[in-house]
Write a protein that binds this ligand. Structure first.
Ligand SMILES: Cc1cc2nc3c(=O)[nH]c(=O)nc-3n(C[C@H](O)[C@H](O)[C@H](O)COP(=O)(O)OP(=O)(O)OC[C@H]3O[C@@H](n4cnc5c(N)ncnc54)[C@H](O)[C@@H]3O)c2cc1C
Ligand SMILES: NC(=O)c1ccc[n+]([C@@H]2O[C@H](COP(=O)([O-])OP(=O)(O)OC[C@H]3O[C@@H](n4cnc5c(N)ncnc54)[C@H](OP(=O)(O)O)[C@@H]3O)[C@@H](O)[C@H]2O)c1
Length: 503
């Protein structure tokens, strides 16, 4: 990586190297668009249709279609009449040359903030249409500013000094992971963060008139916060113009806002994605229910990874997973680990299907929405984290670390497990894994016996004399969590033998 913010090409080349190195490329079929998936109750299998390739059967279907890739162009009058190139940040045309051109950018979210400093370097002029400003935070995890370039020495150190590499990454991740308390409405941490960001943004915005326009009125975090100090700086350059009047319409050669037409050669829409969670192809579960219809108005899931009525169907980053505070990678790892454990149980026990219980899913939804009332995400801003009805659908009711902790427990009781026959049939002839697998036993069939400290002779002595554990505490000895309390020596209480002794 050359820069602290890796480019899309760098990320792509890294992912290609990962798939090659770990030999997973052979399992990946590129250019394969799934167009339909249907559950069959009889066979307990999914049939997945792939465009131009036919139908495939599988026992488990994992949907990893992502939530930020269904490009959304703005719904603005005349948008189709524009004669020049109309780009979207996530539908880029490398052939469009921006050099010296009049560029109009619509949007002021993470994509616009990340893109502007790069575009402004080559464009002749940039008009940036800002409907809602974003909170701008300093860069995370480093002392250097903005998108700095790694030196040759930096890169060598990352390569050769694994401790330095790990501690640098940990520092960054830790900073993000510690932010959750700041997202509690009216909390101390929110107030402190707000004050400090107001100050840092004012410091970067030379013209006080811009303070009112670019410093949000809503809570920090209500919509995504952005490391974007270069964005604020570049917005004030001579050839860059922030425009705050709403767009009236788009014409064949420009954008009309506040009654004024500004010419543009190229329009870049940084207007985000369809984040409705509605699947883009039919997913037909039990009793012929289509997830697209079920989720049309209110997508509810279990922990963002399963849905009632859709057995053996799992997903990454479904409704209400932690996507707000920091990297999603840790979250995705936690979800993957959970899936591996769940599938391990399913396969080991030869279960034919597993489906989350509807009432558990409903409880999760109710708890989530209850908690959200105290979080900044239900604040007075527009954001893709919530629907038009104000319901927060994109975020987990807790921190990323909390999500990891929750998923570290199996919670198999939240699911309905079905078996083809007797649920214990997989026991077979009753041999343990240790007995059937040489690797597992290593020839040791008493592996469970552990080193214990011998009982103190005192215990033998006192027990033989008829001492009991009933009376007052005078002496105790511990083993693990259990405690044996001996009788009161001073009183020499010789009572009847104890009814219960827990060791
Ligand atoms: C500009 C941008 C920057 C981001 N930066 C960060 C960041 O710095 N850190 C971070 O943690 N997150 C970031 N994110 C969030 C990012 O989306 C996720 O972290 C990450 O990409 C999620 O991975 P994913 O595999 O779930 O989804 P995706 O990366 O979106 O992958 C989904 C894949 O499914 C494919 N697909 C969709 N529908 C079908 C279908 N019907 N059939 C077959 N394939 C299909 C898509 O083509 C795509 O290849 C960023 C998002 C954007 C848009
Ligand atoms: N490096 C990163 O980590 C990174 C970078 C980019 C994106 N992302 C991820 O992708 C998500 C989406 O970011 P995004 O910026 O692409 O989308 P976004 O956050 O949804 O922002 C879309 C922007 O377009 C504006 N907009 C939409 N329609 C408009 C219209 N008709 N007129 C004027 N403005 C209009 C919105 O204004 P309103 O707010 O007023 O609606 C908003 O400013 C982020 O939240 C983040 O999770 C991450």
């Amino acid at each position: 990586m050359d820069h602290s913010y890796a480019s899309s090409q760098e990320i792509k080349s890294y992912l290609s190297a990962v798939t090659f190195h770990y030999g997973i490329d052979k399992y990946i079929s590129l250019r394969s668009q799934v167009t339909r998936a249907e559950w069959c109750e009889l066979t307990s299998k999914w049939t997945v249709s792939v465009h131009g390739q036919g139908d495939f059967e599988c026992e488990i279907l994992v949907n990893a279609c992502g939530i930020l890739n269904n490009v959304q162009y703005p719904r603005i009058e005349g948008v189709d009449c524009f004669k020049g190139p109309l780009l979207h940040t996530a539908a880029w045309d490398e052939n469009v040359d921006l050099g010296g051109k009049k560029v109009a950018i619509i949007g002021a979210g993470a994509s616009a903030i990340q893109m502007l400093p790069v575009i402004a370097k080559v464009a002749g002029s940039c008009d940036v249409y800002i409907r809602t400003p974003s909170w701008i935070v300093p860069p995370a995890g480093g002392d250097k500013k903005g998108n700095f370039e790694y030196t040759k020495e930096d890169k060598e150190r990352f390569q050769n000094d694994s401790e330095f590499s790990l501690s640098s990454r940990r520092k960054m991740e830790s900073e993000f992971n510690s932010m959750y308390p700041a997202f509690m409405k009216d909390g101390e941490a929110q107030r402190a963060l707000r004050t400090s960001l107001e100050q840092s943004m004012k410091g970067l915005l030379r013209d006080p008139a811009l303070h009112d326009k670019l410093i949000p009125k809503f809570e920090v975090g209500c919509r995504r916060i952005n490391p974007g100090e270069p964005y604020l700086e570049i917005l004030q350059e001579r050839h860059v113009r922030p425009i705050f009047e709403p767009i009236d319409k788009i014409t064949s050669d420009g954008v009309v806002s506040g009654g004024e037409t500004r010419r543009a050669d190229i329009i870049i829409t940084a207007t985000g994605f369809d984040t409705s969670f509605t699947p883009r192809f039919p997913i037909i579960g039990r009793e012929g229910r289509d997830l697209r219809e079920l989720w049309q108005t209110d997508p509810i899931s279990y922990f963002g990874l399963a849905v009632a009525g859709f057995p053996n169907y799992f997903m990454f980053l479904g409704p209400n997973t932690p996507i707000s505070n920091g990297s999603v990678m840790g979250t995705l790892e936690a979800t993957s680990d959970y899936f591996v454990r769940l599938l391990g149980k399913l396969m080991r026990e030869k279960a034919s299907s597993v489906e989350v219980r509807e009432e558990v899913q409903a409880d999760f939804d109710a708890h989530t929405q209850d908690l959200m009332q105290d979080m900044v995400w239900t604040g007075p801003c527009r954001s893709w984290y919530k629907g038009d009805d104000g319901k927060v659908r994109a975020l987990w009711p807790g921190s990323s670390l909390h999500y990891r902790e929750v998923l570290a427990c199996n919670r198999w009781e939240d699911f309905k497990w079905k078996y083809r026959g007797n649920r214990f049939a997989y026991w077979g002839e009753g041999l343990s894994q240790v007995e059937t697998s040489v690797d597992a036993s290593d020839g040791d069939f008493a592996y469970y016996m552990e080193q214990y400290a011998p009982l103190p002779l005192e215990a033998y002595y006192l027990a033989a004399k008829g001492w009991t554990t009933k009376n007052r505490v005078s002496k105790s000895f511990r083993k693990g969590c259990n405690e044996v309390v001996l009788g009161d020596e001073s009183e020499g209480s010789m009572i009847e033998p104890p009814s219960v002794v827990s060791v």
